[in-house]
Design a protein. Structure first.
Ligand code: ADP
Ligand code: MG
Length: 368
């Protein structure tokens, strides 16, 4: 067998997929692994359980979904084995309200299959292709059944809409106009759902449950020695304590939760990971600023210490995850962008930003 035949017919291994995804997603080893295993099985045509991804805002959930999309897009020979769509969970609620429960997902899959197979492909093939697709549902926490003590009607409807298509062997579907508009039923049990959300507040509520709440005392303090001092500390990792009940209390229905085989938790990003995101992600504030300086014939450079300081400042704002990098860097770069030519301070039209410059810019803001 020649090399090209191998790549055409053998589905990629989880390891190959993970290596690719890791180029776009920094850290998040566990989530990348789970995703890669699921994708590898899916591309081999095997049944795969649905995944639920939970991780704070700005930790890479959407980035990971997009990375899978582009992984498949770049390999047309693979994408014919699976059609992928990504949608915002809120859209499902709105569409369910118009009485098209679940149809929205199937219509999008059909549209995507048509893009892949061409407008002349027989409907039968399009339906077959669509019914073994991959559905990414982003911000799934937004369709919780209640917010505070208020019921969230559109969320409840959206969860029901999702349930209609998750592992259902006969989903009623009105075909789109271009496909004739008939009413048929579709077997959607071959779809793979990967849902993701930040579930803001979940961390706190589980922490409360195991410290002061229902399961008070379950989380025991551990003795740690830090800088020669002995201390009692509570070390809490959501992954050790999260139960289905917590998600139920958050507002996800038990039927909905029972459709997932695995819950994957993304980690909060470390300073080191934030540094890598800052330096390597193509649309990071750093690369945007470099492009701007380059357009003016200038070479923008940041010292290692400057980068570390920016990442450290961003890490203080865990709520924003990597999004904090952009916000922190904007504070630093704003003054440079107004009159870049006047900031040249090195050879060959280079503008070097060093640690004291970052410190000064961050301090300025604190006072202002
Ligand atoms: N683990 C990560 N690896 C690479 N980039 C990341 C990561 N986490 C966040 N980012 C960057 O931060 C921004 C927000 O990330 P996103 O994936 O949209 O977060 P969310 O988890 O809220 O969906 C994106 O611009 C992305 O480039
Ligand atoms: Mg997101």
């Amino acid at each position: 067998m020649t090399q090209s035949q191998t790549t055409d017919t053998t589905p990629p291994s989880p390891h190959e997929i993970a290596t690719e995804l890791s180029k776009r997603v920094i850290g998040q080893r566990e989530a990348i692994r789970e995703m890669s295993i699921s994708m590898s099985k899916k591309l081999a045509g095997l049944p795969v359980g649905n995944l639920l991804m939970i991780g704070s805002s700005g930790t890479g959930k959407t980035t990971l979904m997009k990375a899978v999309e582009s992984f498949l897009e770049k390999r047309p020979n693979l994408s014919l084995r699976s059609t992928v769509i990504r949608m915002h969970a809120n859209v499902l609620g709105e569409e369910a309200q118009r009485g098209r429960s679940g149809e929205a997902i199937l219509h999008r899959l059909l549209d995507r299959a048509r893009e892949q197979l061409g407008p002349d492909a027989p409907l039968e093939d399009l339906l077959a292709q669509a019914s073994r697709g991959i559905v990414f549902v982003d911000e799934v926490d937004k369709i919780r059944a209640w917010v505070g003590d208020q019921p969230n009607t559109s969320g409840i409807r959206a969860q029901e809409a999702l349930l209609t298509v998750m592992e259902n062997e006969a989903v009623p579907l009105t075909l789109p106009k271009w496909a004739g508009g008939d009413r048929i039923t579709v077997d959607s049990s071959g779809l793979l759902f990967v849902c993701g959300g930040a579930f803001e507040g979940l961390w706190d509520s589980v922490f409360d449950r195991v410290t002061v709440g229902k399961d008070r005392g379950a989380l025991k303090p551990v003795t740690v020695v830090e800088d020669g001092e002995v201390e009692e500390k509570l070390i809490f990792h959501l992954r050790d304590w999260l139960r289905n009940d917590d998600l139920f209390e958050y507002g996800m229905s038990p039927q909905f939760l029972s459709r997932y085989d695995a819950v994957v938790l993304l980690s909060d990003l470390t300073v080191e990971e934030l540094e890598r995101i800052f330096l390597t992600v193509p649309d990071s504030g750093y690369h945007m600023a470099r492009a701007y300086f380059k357009s003016r014939g200038l070479n923008l450079l940041l010292s290692k210490k400057a980068v570390y300081r920016i990442a450290k400042e961003a890490a203080r704002e865990q709520r924003l995850g990597a999004r904090a990098l952009k916000e922190v860097f904007r504070r630093v770069i704003r003054d440079y962008e107004y009159d870049p030519e006047s900031k040249v301070n090195g050879p060959e039209s280079s503008v070097l930003i060093d640690l004291p410059d970052v410190e000064a810019a961050l301090k300025l803001r604190q006072r202002g």
